[in-house]
Design a binder for this molecule. Structure first.
Ligand SMILES: [Mg+2]
Ligand SMILES: [Zn+2]
Length: 177
């Protein structure tokens, strides 16, 4: 058996709040971070299928003055610590801290964070998948030229698939890649 030395060429772009962790609304408390069931196992299986793991998260609470930048940093550090305990590390993390009125190119549903990370990591967007719990996640994935999976919620006509658990996502990836 040989080990493939190539770096991953496709990405699994991941919304954070409400997708990887329980959504608490404008999260500023690291102690409140809770991973959703099965997520670490599903990400490990995606990694084994050659997906780079990239978090793409709107954090407008910072731009709105509701979350201090160091609190946002502490929450993310806690997220990464909890995943690291399960053996999961991320290849990239992109945040949009802007206020919705800023008209930036990074706030989902704009695809800026996905495009930027894909360039930095050499990922083929057309072979990539965006997973998120909001319509804006699905739109960002579609606009980036990736497949889009809606996590939870009602079926989304723009989404390639709708799933409600991470085990389902792992099964979908195994059937579709
Ligand atoms: Mg979300
Ligand atoms: Zn932005």
């Amino acid at each position: 058996m040989t080990v493939d030395p190539r770096p991953p060429s496709r990405g699994l772009f991941l919304d954070r709040d409400g997708t990887l962790i329980r959504d608490t609304g404008y999260p500023s408390d690291p102690e409140a971070v809770t991973l959703l069931p099965g997520v670490a196992r599903a990400l490990l299986s995606a990694r084994a299928r050659g997906y780079a793991l990239v978090i793409v998260s709107n954090q407008s609470g910072v731009g709105r003055g509701m979350i201090a930048p160091d609190a946002a940093e502490a929450v993310q550090a806690r997220v990464e610590e909890l995943f690291a305990r399960e053996g999961v590390t991320f290849d990239g993390v992109r945040f949009c801290f802007h206020h919705p009125d800023d008209g930036c190119a990074c706030r989902k549903p704009e695809p800026g964070m996905l495009v930027d990370a894909a360039e930095a990591l050499g990922l083929d967007l057309s072979a990539s998948v965006m997973v998120g719990d909001k319509p804006s996640d699905v739109q960002a994935g579609v606009r980036a030229g990736a497949k889009a999976v809606r996590f939870g919620g009602a079926p989304d006509p723009r989404a390639t698939a709708t799933i409600t658990t991470w085990d389902e996502l792992a099964a979908w990836l195994s059937a579709n890649s």
